[in-house]
Design a protein around this ligand. Structure first.
Ligand SMILES: O=c1[nH]c(=O)c2ncn([C@@H]3O[C@H](COP(=O)(O)OP(=O)(O)OP(=O)(O)O)[C@@H](O)[C@H]3O)c2[nH]1
Ligand SMILES: [Mg+2]
Length: 405
């Protein structure tokens, strides 16, 4: 039989998926099969699993919730589905859309089970897969099936005006199984590209290290150290598509872990992060972890001006300060194994800046033993003595064994 839409009985309509459809809810997709268009988005919430929707009946939402629930590894989720256009097979496509969105969650929260849904129908006495809207209206019975690629049936929903006999039932099941396999293949091809993009070409033989920093001053210093070991440095400036990591921690270590763990998870690579800051004794240790945002965000001149202002009238002997760096090296998806090292350097905050090298507070940070500020040193000289250099020294002794472990 040739269908009115020129498809064979076992032909499903093409699928198009736009992954990460919503910018503010990255676990979202626009799922289109033929003229059926569904927007699905998943958000982490606490409490019980919720499914809400618009342009969808309560019965559809209840079915979707009951069908998805056994596939979830966590109930702390809310799924929102919106039917933009119903071109047939709505129930199955609601499932497919929601299932795709769930797969955009972090890996450990994705469904453990591979599953897809498809509709089959009896139309003019013949069984067809994935009926469009016209066929759905003509169908005497409709079946929606959710199944795994191994033909384990997870849900089955029958509707329509006419009862079906057991041979029709078997035909519908057979068509549905094939449809599920096809749907899975249709989804998987795009999914792998969207969710598991090809890894950046980086040597895994420890000749390249990714550093989760956007600070070019830090990058320069890391580069100088690692270049002598024949190791190339990449920074977040090489990966402009990565999201910003908010430094919400209460300590240098917490912030360095946030940067390293999250970027390692995104890149699927080992990642090194640096969180550092200036602790001024006369200011009770401030600006500390807030060194980058002491006066506006990353305004070195503003930060230095504020530091000088706050130290107005404080005599030289009381202007002692410590520069601190915590480095965290993280392996993807193994945050418990993070390698943590740190380094400090003592100095004094001058009243007038000196030197043009370095970055940040370097022109005000005076090292008595060298009779120079950090900004009066070359990168190589700063790398002999600085807080960062001391932390890197610790790292050098440990990282090769750690990365192999
Ligand atoms: O004179 C300096 N010599 C240094 O050697 C140094 N290291 C850090 N800092 C300052 O402390 C903030 C840390 O903040 P921070 O660790 O969050 O870094 P950041 O935000 O600049 O870059 P990122 O690595 O987070 O992308 C930075 O912005 C700098 O102002 C330094 N100042
Ligand atoms: Mg920062």
């Amino acid at each position: 039989m040739v269908r009115m839409n020129n498809r064979a009985e076992n032909d499903v309509r093409p699928v198009q998926v736009i992954w990460h459809f919503l910018k503010q809810q990255p676990a979202s997709v626009l799922w289109q099969r033929g003229d059926t268009k569904i927007l699905a988005a998943v958000q982490p919430t606490s409490g019980s699993f919720q499914v809400s929707g618009s342009s969808v009946t309560v019965q559809h939402l209840d079915w979707l919730k009951a069908t998805l629930r056994p596939l979830l590894v966590t109930a702390d989720l809310t799924i929102t589905v919106t039917c933009l256009e119903d071109g047939g097979g709505l129930l199955a496509e609601l499932f497919n859309a929601a299932y795709c969105a769930l797969n955009l969650l972090p890996k450990d929260q994705r469904p453990q089970q591979v599953a897809a849904a498809v509709t089959t129908a009896m139309v003019n006495g013949a069984s067809v897969v994935d009926p469009d809207q016209v066929e759905s209206q003509q169908a005497t019975s409709l079946m929606t099936m959710v199944a795994t690629p191994q033909e384990q049936i997870l849900a089955l929903e029958l509707s329509g005006q006419q009862a079906i006999n057991s041979s029709e039932f078997n035909e519908l099941i057979l068509r549905a199984s094939q449809g599920v396999t096809r749907t899975n293949a249709q989804r998987q091809a795009g999914f792998e590209r969207a969710v598991e993009p090809p890894l950046p070409v980086i040597d895994t033989d420890q000749r390249t290290i990714v550093i989760a920093t956007k600070n070019p001053g830090k990058a320069r210093e890391f580069n100088a150290v690692f270049a002598t070991e024949g190791i190339q440095i990449k920074t977040l400036l090489d990966y402009p598509e990565l999201p910003r990591i908010d430094e919400t921690g209460a300590t240098f270590e917490e912030n360095a872990r946030l940067k390293a763990d999250q970027i390692a998870a995104y890149l699927h690579l080992p990642v090194l992060a640096d969180d550092s800051g200036l602790m001024v004794d006369a200011l009770g240790g401030r600006p500390g972890i807030y060194s980058a945002r002491f006066s506006g965000d990353h305004n070195d001149a503003g930060n230095n001006a504020k530091l000088l202002y706050e130290l107005t009238g404080v005599p030289a002997a009381e202007r002692t300060a410590t520069f601190h760096t915590t480095l965290v090296f993280a392996k993807p998806e193994r945050p418990a194994e993070d390698l943590v090292v740190e380094g400090n350097i003592q100095g004094q905050i001058l009243g007038i800046p000196r030197g043009d090298n370095g970055f940040g507070y370097d022109p005000l940070f005076y090292v008595p033993a060298l009779d120079a500020t950090l900004a009066q040193l070359t990168v190589e000289q700063k790398n002999q003595i600085s807080h960062r250099a001391k932390a890197i020294e610790q790292l050098k002794q440990k990282w090769r064994a750690w990365i192999k472990a």
